[in-house]
Design a protein. Sequence first.
Length: 185
Amino acid sequence: MLALGFGALVYALIEGPARGWNDTRVLTLSAAAAVALLTFVAVELRTTDPMLDLHFFRDLVLSGAAVTAFMISFGMFGASFFLPLLLQDVMGWSQSSAGLAGLPMTAMIVIAAPLSGAFTARCNPRIPLAGMTSGRCGLAAQGLSSIPASCRSCSYDTGGGAASVSSRALRSWLLAEMPSLGKIL
């Protein structure tokens, strides 16, 4: 059900702009996705051995960490996909320049993610999560900027913010808040 639901949802989202959001196929796929995903949730709540134990999400710490990880990943993957297209198609950059504009973000993730995880393991796990503000500001500035140097400098903020909520940092935060999850994670 999960694969069917997400498959129909992704296909509807891909076809929606081209066919129109009121197209019969897009509406049918959207409805099928909703039914399949709701069926998945209903089955997972009733089964004795669920694939995804939805009862964990009653805890606000776990839900907050899951939403945080989803949002930062959604923003980062969106930026890494659409930023080069924006720079090339709208701003007229060459392919090489558009590709190089993403390097600072990548470099910051590579450098800061291990540091953030180590810092989180030794200190208060909530402190590196404040780096999300840096990531949000960087993504917003990239979207509003038309100056090449500004786009590159915003990439540092975006990469640093994404690294601050790396999986190791989120794991340390969860384990500090919910020690019983240590057996699962």
